[in-house]
Design a protein around this ligand. Structure first.
Ligand SMILES: [Fe+2]
Length: 241
């Protein structure tokens, strides 16, 4: 069994389609998504529509809650108009679809547990470590968070930081972000492929090129207060200093 794991596409259809094409080329039996499907300055509605038309099961990321929180950035002059634009681009029906996504879900007959941040909280990042010293410092904390769950593979997103490591008998996989890289300092789209069966699973982390110049120009064309910063992040793989 081979499973494509995607997360944090943030409404970027160009990056998402490049990842889907690469997963198709690699050959996977199914694809799952760890949330943050839509919020971002490229093509929110198109990203939601693609995930839905392919029947990719998703969990609900913290930004997937934004459409239902119209006043979230009411006092932020840069983000308030972005949220207004985002909610208009999505429309009510897609917003409702996002709101109805589960915080966590099981797949592969219970072998795979997926969520966005932590199992009960899509903003928590206790499991989001990638540097080996940080992994070792937090092993006990991670094991405690996951002690109620029997899945052999645990996958999540949220920090846009690809990582793959083991805690006890569990394999923890953050595929990184399809769009809006934060820590990779490389604009390529990230995803993971999980392979195995029964209790034996392994994951590989992948990066694929896509037309980030087109995505950046789309972000700029929106003329929103964060358009320039978003375009910079899309082009460079990290936010402006
Ligand atoms: Fe995200």
């Amino acid at each position: 069994m081979r499973v494509g794991i995607i997360s944090d596409m943030h409404g970027n259809i160009y990056a998402l389609d490049a990842v889907l094409a690469e997963l198709n080329r690699l050959g996977v039996d199914r694809i799952v998504c760890n949330g943050d499907v839509a919020f971002g300055l490229v093509t929110p509605a198109a990203a939601v529509d693609r995930v839905r038309e392919l029947g990719i099961p998703c969990v609900r990321g913290n930004t997937d809650d934004f459409p239902g929180q119209p006043d979230r950035f009411a006092h932020d002059a840069r983000l308030a108009p972005v949220l207004d634009w985002f909610r208009r681009d999505l429309g009510d029906e897609r917003s409702q679809w996002l709101a109805n996504l589960p915080l966590r879900r099981l797949d592969l007959d219970g072998a795979l547990l997926q969520f966005h941040g932590a199992p009960d909280n899509n903003e928590d990042s206790v499991l989001h470590v990638s540097l080996r010293p940080m992994v070792e410092r937090s092993l006990d904390e991670q094991a405690a968070v996951l002690s109620d769950y029997t899945a052999r593979v645990v996958t999540f997103g949220h920090t846009h930081t690809p990582s793959e490591h083991r805690v006890g008998s569990k394999l923890l996989v953050n595929p990184g972000a399809v769009s809006y890289q934060l820590t990779t300092r490389d604009p390529r789209a990230r995803f993971a492929v999980l392979e195995g069966e029964g209790d034996e699973w392994a994951a590989t982390l992948h990066a694929v090129e896509y037309d980030w110049e087109r995505a950046a120009r789309t972000a700029e064309s929106l003329g929103l207060p964060i358009s320039a910063a978003a375009a910079y992040q899309l082009r460079h793989g990290h936010p402006p200093a």
